[in-house]
Ligand binder design. Structure first.
Ligand code: SF4
Ligand code: SF4
Length: 127
């Protein structure tokens, strides 16, 4: 059965430097949510991905996501799938398959997540 951790909205993942990738559908959905024309939304809030294969959210000067406002996500109802899937996608990919010390070294963002920190206090007995 997949592990399902409940997000505690600590926003650690929104502050972590990285890249939030958007699909074309997500670009349209978030632009509509913000009541913006897509070209304006793209110009103001998006940038080219590092692999140059699509678009990603811009970051603030401190590397936080551009939509992190006062500790909250300004687009919470339409936040990208990548955000919705964290941390559960990672946990289910790695837990029980990759040693904890390797996870800690290679995936430090996971260890900043409040939901995962709580999970580690009482992990499943069979792992
Ligand atoms: S879109 Fe929202 S949930 Fe995703 S990183 Fe930005 S602030 Fe966090
Ligand atoms: S770091 Fe974890 S608990 Fe905090 S907002 Fe992100 S997913 Fe939720």
């Amino acid at each position: 059965m997949p592990i399902s951790l409940e997000c505690q909205r600590c926003a650690a993942c929104c502050r972590w430097p990285g890249e939030v990738r958007l699909t074309d559908d997500e670009v349209a959905k978030i632009a509509a949510f913000m009541e913006m024309q897509e070209p304006d939304f793209i110009e103001q809030h998006l940038r080219l991905r590092h692999d140059r294969k699509g678009l990603a959210l811009k970051e603030q000067a401190n590397h936080s996501c551009i939509f992190l406002e006062g500790g909250n996500c300004a687009i919470q109802p339409v936040k990208p799938q990548q955000c919705q899937e964290f941390p559960n996608r990672w946990v289910n990919l790695l837990w029980g398959k990759v040693p904890l010390e390797v996870m800690r070294k290679e995936y430090p963002m996971l260890f900043a997540c409040s939901a995962f920190k709580d999970f580690l206090k009482n992990p499943p007995a069979d792992t």
